[in-house]
Design a protein around this ligand. Structure first.
Ligand code: C2E
Ligand code: MG
Ligand code: MG
Ligand code: MG
Length: 288
């Protein structure tokens, strides 16, 4: 309890079910208001291409600036949003904002947006995505949608059809937190996707742990065999980065590079990256 309160979050661990239910109702009430006033904002965490060392995309991570609790973490309100159906308006706001922000980033840089399985249940996800792209002017190839293994559990033909339709638009599909769900390798055959994100629980402490190394090595080889991009999440040390690069991992994300940051800071980082690339190209050109 002390720990949760220390960082200003909601405590679910008060004295019993009543207090717990009350906390949930309070979050639901406040979240509904926050959505009405559109105060939730994505922060963006860079994804680094390991062959170039540059930012290839950024993941949108929703943040709730709360008047009393400071910045509330998604772990504290996404579950409530999913229980109450508020995840649909929330997901829509994040998607629209992320597409608008990313449309102003330099051209090849992509934005990745997390989708809850519930967003596939309402039936109009494809139209929602098409609208967000059209409204922002973001080219579909610069949008990545992150899904989790739980979505694939039901083997729903509607979900498969939606994923195919999204990919037909040019949008990329990423399998988030890979290895932590009730994974069955059979879904890798029936579901279309472009990227595997190795969950951070396999990455942290990897350098000192042979079991983790064996697991990550096999996920990389699986992904390469399937012809998809492999991204490692939660990279915190140079040693982890070097190991992943030498094993053929394509992309990395983690506090070693940057945590999630507000859009103005990310846009400045991307602009600086462009300038240094331009300067390098000029130096090359003036040499010939
Ligand atoms: P995720 O999609 O797996 O996102 C990665 C999480 O790991 C983020 O936490 C990020 O801040 C954290 N992280 C990144 N690098 C490191 C690292 O090097 N070390 C450590 N310790 N952590 C790292 P965050 O922002 O708290 O988000 C937690 C989860 O909430 C996300 O996990 C995602 O499942 C969910 N989420 C966030 N935004 C949204 C959203 O807009 N919609 C939905 N449906 N879910 C979201
Ligand atoms: Mg994610
Ligand atoms: Mg993840
Ligand atoms: Mg995760």
């Amino acid at each position: 309890k002390a720990k949760v309160e220390a960082r200003g979050g909601y405590s679910f661990f008060e004295t019993g079910m009543d207090a717990r239910a009350q906390t949930r109702r309070k979050i639901e009430f406040e979240l509904r208001q926050a959505l009405q006033h559109e105060v939730l904002r994505p922060h963006y965490q860079p994804l680094i291409g390991l062959s170039t060392g540059t930012i290839s995309g950024c993941e949108a991570l929703v943040r709730w600036p709360h008047p009393e609790r400071g910045m509330v973490s998604p772990a504290d309100f996404i579950p409530v949003a999913e229980e109450t159906g508020l995840i649909n308006p929330l997901g829509l706001q994040v998607l629209r904002r992320a597409c608008l922000d990313a449309a102003a980033w330099p051209d090849p840089v992509r934005v990745a947006v997390n989708l809850s399985p519930l967003q596939f249940r309402v039936g109009n996800l494809l139209t929602t995505v098409m609208d967000a792209l059209k409204h922002s002017g973001l080219p579909p190839k610069r949008l990545e949608l992150e899904i989790t293994e739980t979505l694939l559990l039901e083997k729903s033909s509607q979900v498969i059809a939606t994923l195919h339709a999204l990919r037909a638009l040019g949008v990329r599909i990423s399998m988030d937190d890979f290895g932590t769900g009730y994974s069955s390798l059979s879904y890798l055959r029936s579901f279309p996707f472009d990227k595997i994100k190795i969950d951070q629980s396999f990455v942290r402490g990897l350098c000192a742990n042979h079991e983790l190394q064996a697991i990550v090595r096999s996920i990389i080889s699986l992904g390469r065999g399937l012809g998809v991009t492999i991204t490692a999440e939660g990279v915190e040390t140079e040693a982890e980065l070097n190991w992943l690069r030498s094993e053929g991992c394509h992309e990395a994300q983690g506090f070693l590079f940057s945590p999630g940051r507000p859009n103005d800071e990310i846009a400045a980082m991307l602009a600086a990256q462009c300038e240094s690339a331009d300067a390098a190209a000029l130096r090359m050109a003036s040499r010939v």
